[in-house]
Design a protein around this ligand. Sequence first.
Ligand code: ADP
Length: 318
Amino acid sequence: MKKRMVMMGECMVEMYQLVENVYHQSFAGDVFNTAVYLKRSCEQPVDVQFFTAVGTDLISDKLVRAVKREKLDTQLMLRAKGARPGLYMINTDAYGERSFVYWRETSAARQVMQCFASQSSVEQLLGADMFYFSGISLAILSDADRRALFDLIHQLKAHGSQVVFDPNYRPALWSSQDACRAAFTEAYQLADIAMPGLDDHKVLFEHSTVVEVQAFLQQLDVAEIIVKDGKNGVVGTYLDEGFAAPAHQVKKVVDTTAAGDSFNGGYLAARLAGVAPEDAVKYAARLAAFVVEHTGAIVNKEHFQRFWSRHRPSTFIS
Ligand code: ADP
């Protein structure tokens, strides 16, 4: 039977500066990026559902169409009346340094749990093979909505869904480090697969090496752990068996946006294809290396297709 993955997060309007005062508009967000690379990487048909709230305006309609164009299922893209999607601008200075400005304080995605309570039900999610969420999915919710989300995940887990969590720590989105630490710890305790970056843990948990992060997550009983450390590669553990994988060498890094997101999507696609964790990280690293050689979060479909036809996940089985 076709597998079903539910990916919960926020997709925003992205404005990318081409030249002074001229912007290219697209859509991006950590979980959305992961969902796109997961769907594109799968060798078998898989139902990837994007779970979020958008508004009822024209740009929200455009966002839903963009998600559909990626062949993601949009049934769980709920509508928050009168709200609008979040937006961010990427500006590049004369030295190529990028800076981000966000307008997301009142974004529709923050209302996802309220929309879920009034427009959907647990039954719609039961039976999903996987539920994926990130620290950003948690950060944008009120305390009460975060609690409702944890309760929902508990129910899905009790019905057999595999839970995947990437903390993607963004200090600006949290009221305090304590609140964030508590939420991440609870998320890890629910997770079957954890995919943090070392940087996420450095400030928050004072871990300075990937091995420390790994040990911390093993104590929390996470069965499958992948700790990412940029160009230094990853270390992983699956049912207490450890492995490591270097990053794939890149001729020229153009833009590291979505390196971790694409890595996660690629890893999960490979796992779905029956690839073991120590080989799945190789496909994921190859995909992330391809993504950092291109501008923007989502590489265009034709380029991706050329990459995928040479490097399908199953070709990484050793
Ligand atoms: P996150 O943003 O989740 O912390 P990372 O920055 O650690 O993710 O990157 C995820 C993966 O992307 C790395 O494990 C590596 O495989 C790949 N990657 C990131 N930066 C580079 C780079 N400069 N060269 C090659 N691969 C990279």
